[in-house]
Write a protein that binds this ligand. Sequence first.
Ligand SMILES: Cc1ncc(COP(=O)(O)O)c(C=O)c1O
Length: 375
Amino acid sequence: MIKFWSYNRELKKYKNKINSKIQKSLNSGQIFFGKELSEFEKKFIKKNKSKYGVAVGSGTDALFIALKSLNIKNGDEIITAANTAIPTISAIRSVGAVPKLVDIGDDYLIDTSKIEREITKKTKVIIPVHLYGQTCDMDKIIKISKKYNLKIVEDCAQSQGAKYKNKFCGTIGKLGCFSFYPTKILGAYGDGGFILTSDYNLYKKIKRIRFYGIETVDKNNKYLNKYYSNEDGINSRLDEIQASILNFKLSLIDKFISRRRHLAKLYFKNLNLTDLKLPLVRKYSDHVFHLFTVYHPYRKKIIEKLKDQLIETRIIYPYPIQNMNGYKKFFKGNKRLKNSEIKSKGIFCLPVYPELKDKEVIKVCNVIKKTLKKM
Ligand SMILES: Cc1ncc(COP(=O)(O)O)c(C=O)c1O
């Protein structure tokens, strides 16, 4: 069986280390806001060459808190891509804002040439979603954001470690939001998220919002009364156990990413001459291959044949946001999202994760090649 994703092989490989991290954090007597969290926050900020950062409870929370910190409110409009994860949109709705969708290009990312026509007086933010592990065309997005005075909140949930022209994603816009959902490039064994910024005041504000609005220390790092809120906040903590696992896994992140790149290369090499549309890798972007997304108009047949050979695939995502009952009402009559409709009918993702074996990728490729030959 070739699973689409599973943590079992990773756990088997690093069991002793992970168990000892969990045990150590349990023994520390600190469940939240202890040494593991502050170590992880420091390391994650450094790894991404950012200035400030705050760990939070999930990637969705990261986006919600980021938008809240920018005072986004009811009726404000936020621009993002039609092909994104639902949480990008649910975070927008959580602050009462209205999502404005832009069609995608052949790289499955926001088509920057179509952003401007969605901008109105109410537009406050652009959320470029660096989907599948590749960054959006940030220079173009920055140019538009400057022209219309919009803030950029990067959704980096699928692209931890990816760079745009040598800059880590999440450090290009005003705020960068990450997810540590287990399948992600840096995955916890539970939920987790992170916000990066180079703005000190926003950093302080985000830190308050994640903890009921409480300012825990003063300017001199002196401990303050915990039961006093300075800000309208929520509860979004990354606990010590998750932070300890993330600390360990962060030390392996370069290895994880190079393994993903290696597997992607194998896919490219072996599927190159087929009529399967392989990922379009942009020169300006340093892809980390969170997902290896391919396109074929007859994907159903290919997916079935792979399944017959016990190979799992996944469609990410089968429905563009504008077609979902939960969000349809915001996009009534919008006929400008054609490419996202077309792509959603033919895309599917092949397995790619560090513990996947080369020979398994070759097997996937052989089944695909055989199937395509007969079609
Ligand atoms: C693009 C994107 N944005 C946001 C999220 C939300 O992250 P989380 O699942 O940690 O809340 C995810 C992950 O599911 C995602 O893929």
